[in-house]
Design a protein around this ligand. Structure first.
Ligand code: UDP
Length: 247
């Protein structure tokens, strides 16, 4: 379908959301802007928008095929996707299979520890507050979602992790951790929203044991390791190789 881009509804750090002629749908543009550490570190990385858009589209398609509800409808161009217009739930839902990042900064758990079962952390999505981690009681106090919805969010996140972990394992990649965002669609259904890309997932190359070289995600930008685009290209290459094998 040919969607026409209308007014800008929202601009975030890595994406812009535009209205289109269908009121319940939006156009999401993936930008080349890269930010880390709550936007204290910023840069523009040529080609990142295209890669994240295509990777996210492929992963949302995989999840839909496996019965996970998402906001994704279709790719519109290389940097734009069509999605359902959702009401965003201000939560960042992080699930971790291997300990790294903030978990190792904030606790004595050492880098690379296998987390079985995977650890699910909830954060309050608010840049000004620096996305603070939520305890069970603070979550209740904030009253952001119903008890039923939060259980659904946890259940869906664990299913997404199982699906993606197995999928990336088949591409010789370790899915270390990732962050999901949720929303409610126009019919009130809970769906996975935002993006699923090397910007919000950590991937380690199973074929490489060097702790820096194996990183194929935004940590290359966070840690100034260079080769950010090459890493993102590698993720898309493995996904595309897999889908050409499947057809
Ligand atoms: N993450 C994200 N947005 C955030 C914070 C984290 O997408 O604002 C993702 C991050 O890419 C990683 C996972 O969530 O895949 C866990 O991140 P962590 O809590 O370790 O934070 P970080 O070390 O990135 O500050």
């Amino acid at each position: 379908m040919n969607y026409r881009q209308r007014e800008l509804i929202y601009e975030g750090k890595a994406k812009r959301v535009f209205a289109c002629e269908i009121p319940d749908r939006v156009l999401i543009e993936f930008k080349n802007d890269a930010t880390a550490f709550n936007a204290q570190k910023r840069s523009e990385i040529d080609g990142k928008g295209r890669l994240n858009c295509k990777i996210s589209a492929a992963l949302f398609e995989l999840l839909e095929l496996k019965g996970i509800p998402t906001h994704f409808l279709e790719l519109h161009s290389e940097t734009f996707m069509i999605a359902e217009k959702i009401k965003v739930i201000p939560l960042e839902v992080v699930i971790r299979n291997i300990a790294t990042g903030s978990l190792c900064k904030e606790t004595p758990i050492s880098q690379g520890t296998l987390l079985t079962p995977p650890l699910l952390d909830l954060y309050y999505k608010d840049d000004e507050l620096g996305d603070p981690i939520l305890t069970e009681e603070r979550l209740k106090l904030l009253d952001l979602v119903s008890v039923f919805e939060i259980e659904e969010i946890r259940k869906i996140t664990r299913s997404v992790n199982n699906i993606l972990k197995e999928y990336f394992d088949s591409l010789d990649l370790l899915l270390v951790d990732f962050k999901l965002e949720f929303g409610t669609n126009p019919s009130g259904k809970l769906v996975v929203a935002d993006e699923i890309s090397p910007d919000n997932c950590r991937f380690w190359d199973k074929k490489n044991s060097d702790p820096k070289e194996r990183i194929l995600d935004k940590d290359r930008f966070r840690q100034d390791l260079g080769g950010v685009i090459d890493a993102y290209e590698e993720i898309l290459k493995r996904i595309e190789k897999d889908s050409s094998r499947a057809t």
